[in-house]
Design a protein around this ligand. Structure first.
Ligand code: ADP
Ligand code: MG
Length: 274
């Protein structure tokens, strides 16, 4: 549904942020993008809905050229972005007002706006904060409001750029669960992070380094790739442990590396057998 063809982007100060990116994002997939700080993840995310336009190459969103200024509104209805720091995105005095802002901009009739706001509040389980000021909420709740705000636009594709990096682990997990639910309902998800622990759920992972895609594949292969450390990334601890155990001829299956409890259960099963 989104295609990047030979995309390159350089910031005005001369920093090359993307170099010759070729990428197809399929409808309904959960794509993880990882890479150390400065590797180009945010710049790539911003290209997906026209917030940045490629200096070379093309970004095509469902057949529309996202670099064409006159098509920007159309592209933003298809692809929504949630950023690291939601506070910078709040406009309304209350959560409800804030959520209405996007659909108001689309000039939708009031009944439709109301319907969309109610639906987004229910989807993210925020009903009871409807009349709160978004700035009074905790980091995790704020991030959920930002997510609900994007949902009111009813985009097919949601891009999350390091959305959990400023949250405590519990709130981070809540946000991740909401994202997983949205994926199960058919949304296309693009999720950038430098925390590899968050990507067991992805269908596919890209690794970026210095503005280029340096590795790509299924999580099972990418997350256990020996080159991750050289790329400044820390593999998920359970996957690392499984790799170490492999050297002792103890095989833990990929699906059981997703949580300590399933890892422990498999380990017990193996030892009770021997
Ligand atoms: P990431 O999200 O992976 O940390 P970014 O896309 O933010 O990477 O950055 C890619 C490169 O572009 C880095 O070298 C960064 O310093 C530079 N960069 C990012 N934003 C700007 C900006 N607004 N102006 C100049 N350089 C920038
Ligand atoms: Mg970034």
């Amino acid at each position: 549904m989104i295609r990047l063809e030979n995309v390159s982007y350089c910031y005005p100060d001369g920093t090359p942020a993307l170099t010759n990116i070729n990428l197809t994002i399929r409808k309904g997939e959960y794509l993880g993008i990882i890479g150390r700080n400065g590797s180009g993840k945010s710049t790539l995310a911003l290209h997906l809905n026209g917030l940045r336009r490629p200096q070379k190459g093309k970004v095509i969103v469902k057949g529309i050229d996202a670099g064409d200024f006159s098509k920007l509104q159309e592209v933003r209805k298809i692809v929504g972005i949630v950023f690291q720091n939601p506070e910078t995105q709040f406009i309304g005095r209350t959560v409800e007002e804030d959520l209405a802002f996007g659909p108001e901009n689309l000039c939708l009739p009031p009944t439709e706006i109301r319907k969309r706001v109610d639906r987004a509040l229910a989807e993210i389980k925020l009903e009871k904060y409807r009349h709160h000021s978004p700035k009074s909420l905790s980091g995790g709740q704020g991030q959920c409001v930002a997510l609900a705000g994007v949902l009111t636009m009813e985009p097919e594709c949601l891009v999350f750029d390091e959305v959990t990096s400023m949250l405590d682990p519990d709130s981070g997990e809540t946000v991740l669960r909401r994202i997983k639910k949205l994926h199960e309902k058919g949304k296309t998800i693009v999720y950038t992070t430098h925390n590899l622990e968050e990507l067991h759920v992805a269908d596919r992972i890209l690794v970026m380094d210095r503005g280029r895609i340096v590795l790509e594949g299924e999580p099972e292969n990418v997350l256990s790739d020996p080159s991750l450390k050289d790329l400044g990334l820390t593999p998920p601890s359970l996957i690392e442990l499984a790799e170490q155990l492999k050297k002792h001829e103890i095989e833990i299956s990929w699906k059981n590396t997703s949580s300590p409890s399933s890892f422990a259960e498999e380990l017990c099963r193996l030892f009770l057998k021997t």
